[in-house]
Design a protein around this ligand. Structure first.
Ligand code: GDP
Length: 609
């Protein structure tokens, strides 16, 4: 891939190529202002399928022709250690896949990083109390004065290992960040009150965590209460396909009490265990990448944001971009209010230095200089306004196209129904129609109206919301429109099933059959004046047409595949030659006939689905 492939006039091309070379040496990939998955794949020298898969692992569903935000592209480039910037106006982009640019992390540099944990669960089951209890017991006892301020995340230490907790519990916040393209949480701790058991939001939380492919660990809380019944909780969890260890599964459950502090040590130990299995590693020698988890305007200090560094090391003096905000790191503060000079991966810190406020969920990237920081931010600002104007809408048809373009074979649905009975009926019918190669994946199914949380989940997981005999809660329609999520309403089951069936057919990878149109045998080989070989043939069966693809067969070996440049009957150029007729054939790029070769005219025909 060279810059020539990008088009443009000659002069711009050569200066673009020069710039590209210079840039290659500083290992920065220039991304065009509008970028599709396919284009990104070319730029990073991977197949579109590999890029789609990589994004899927981050919980983002895209098709190869979909335009993606640079933040999303950064997930792919950062994983390969490629620094990027967005092209300036009229600037050409190049695939700087020169040696090393596509290379992954250097294994030798990788070090284990702390896990990032989010607490999920039903309201009043003790999420906030648990976060407070962990913070108090584990931080206050070590640091005089303890935590100074709320900044969105904090760290605790156990046996010399750190764990980072995000301070905003609940699956709405969890999924809201994910719908912005960021993956923050490594482990979800599901809090279930031992006296209350599984409640609707517990189920929602489980489904949100599953949709994000985040490992779940269960904290059975309020064990101090006489009505605590952990066995009932475990049984209910099994009904949600979450099998705890006593039930023969691999989900760890820990009985705790946020009130008495019982079991908190066990909980932390279990988190470290899950984290060890996940093998969370990062390369501290790289420039930092991360996510903004909070941002606020401090009257004295200006724009203040909490970032979670996910890769590399953030340092004072670094130029950084997050969303459309940029700046240079002036000061870094840890969760205990101490000034620090560097922030390693898996660690939150408050950052001063942004010129404007980034938004929670914006991806943070360190760039080489001020000019890059400024132009990246400006371009993103522009992109944001055009994207808002275009408002990405995800419809059933679009999902079908997207899935068709990649090798994704799932249709994600969030299913809401009026009552539990009809929910189960619809769910079963949908699971029933699953095709061999494609299937419906119900990310979340519940009775009741369509909520904002449903829309968030659908947006984060590229899903369609299907409502059966239900409406939306107030304001939800507007949110769905803004986030580009399609809500489809049905009140007749078979119509719902029929639509989904149609979509599933669409997402089945089309299969093709090779249809032979005709065969001609080479009887004689002539050479034209320009040393181009002409095959003197006789059509044995069917016909040879000028537009057909031709395969040269020698015995049962296919030697060459190409198209016809000349098809003559006697001296005349013809479009078609039928069985029994003699003809002269010149093929594109083939000059090596032998008498007895068979030229097969064939066509790929798409099989009906
Ligand atoms: P959240 O909505 O999940 O964040 O729940 P909260 O942390 O606000 O707790 C809800 C209520 O449960 C509060 O009144 C807490 O005091 C109480 N609570 C939380 N944890 C425990 C516990 O371990 N034992 C008892 N007895 N009460 C608890």
């Amino acid at each position: 891939m060279t810059s020539e492939n990008r088009g443009g006039d000659g002069a711009a091309r050569s200066s673009g190529a020069d710039r590209a070379r210079r840039r290659a040496s500083s290992r920065v990939l220039v991304l065009p202002q509008t970028l599709t998955v396919k284009h990104l794949a070319e730029l990073v020298d991977q197949t579109p399928v590999a890029v789609i898969k990589q994004l899927m692992r981050s919980g983002i569903m895209v098709g190869s022709n979909q335009v993606i935000d640079h933040n999303v592209a950064a997930l792919v480039t950062a994983a390969s250690g490629i620094r990027t910037r967005v092209a300036e106006d009229h600037e050409e982009t190049s695939a700087l896949t020169a040696s090393g640019l596509g290379a992954g992390d250097d294994e030798a540099n990788l070090v284990t990083r702390p896990p990032v944990v989010t607490i999920l669960g039903h309201v009043d089951h003790g999420k906030t109390s648990l976060l407070d209890a962990i913070r108090q017991t584990k931080v206050a006892e070590k640091e005089v004065g303890g935590i100074t301020q709320h900044m969105g995340a904090y760290q605790v230490e156990r046996d010399g290992h750190k764990i980072t907790f995000l301070d905003t519990p609940g699956h709405e916040a969890f999924t809201a960040i994910r719908s912005r393209g960021a993956r923050v949480t490594d482990i979800a701790v599901l809090v279930v009150a031992a006296d209350d058991g599984i409640m609707p939001q517990t189920v929602e939380a489980i489904n949100h965590a599953k949709a994000a492919s985040v490992p779940i660990l269960v904290a059975i809380n309020k064990m101090d209460l006489p009505a605590a019944d952990p066995e009932r909780v475990k049984r209910q969890l099994s009904e949600q396909n979450l099998l705890v260890e006593d039930w023969g599964g691999d989900v760890i459950s820990v009985p705790v009490s946020a009130r008495t502090g019982e079991g908190l040590d066990d909980l932390l130990e279990s988190i470290l265990l899950v984290s060890e299995i996940a093998e969370l590693k990062a390369d501290p020698t790289k420039p930092a990448s991360g996510v903004v988890i909070e941002a606020r305007l401090d009257r004295k200090r200006g724009p203040t944001s909490t970032v979670l560094v996910q890769g590399g090391t953030l340092k004072i003096g670094d130029y950084m971009v997050a969303g459309s905000a940029w700046g240079r790191v002036k000061a870094l503060t840890n969760d205990q209010g101490k000034n620090i000079k560097t922030v390693p991966a898996g660690t939150p810190a408050e950052v001063l230095g942004f010129g404007s406020l980034p938004e929670a969920g914006d991806l943070l990237a360190v760039v080489p200089n001020e000019r890059t920081a400024r132009s990246t931010a400006t371009n993103r600002e522009r992109l944001k306004s055009t994207q808002q104007a275009q408002s990405r809408v995800l419809t059933l048809d679009e999902v079908v196209n997207q899935i068709d373009a990649g090798d994704v074979k799932e249709l994600n649905l969030v299913l809401k129904a009026d009552v539990q009975g009809s929910l189960e009926a619809v769910r079963q019918s949908l699971e029933h129609i699953t095709e061999a190669d494609a299937r419906v994946r119900i990310l979340h199914g519940a009775s009741g109206g369509i909520t904002e949380s449903d829309v968030l989940l659908a947006s984060a997981s590229q899903a369609i919301i299907v409502g059966f005999n239900v409406g939306e809660e107030i304001g939800v329609e507007r949110v769905a429109e803004r986030m580009g999520v399609e809500i489809r309403h049905y009140n007749i089951i078979y119509q719902l099933i029929e639509d989904v069936e149609r979509a599933l057919h669409g997402i089945l990878e089309p299969t093709y059959t090779d249809v032979i149109l005709g065969r001609a045998e080479v009887r004689e080989v002539f050479s034209s004046r320009r040393n181009v070989q002409i095959a003197g043939c006789r059509v044995m069966e069917g016909r040879i047409t000028r537009g057909a693809s031709i395969r040269v067969m020698r015995g049962d070996q296919a030697l060459h595949e190409s198209t016809i440049t000349s098809l003559r009957h006697f001296r005349e150029e013809v479009n078609e030659v039928n069985t029994g007729v003699e003809c002269g054939i010149i093929l594109q790029g083939f000059n090596d006939y032998e008498v007895g070769d068979i030229l097969e005219a064939h066509r790929q025909e798409r099989n009906p689905v």
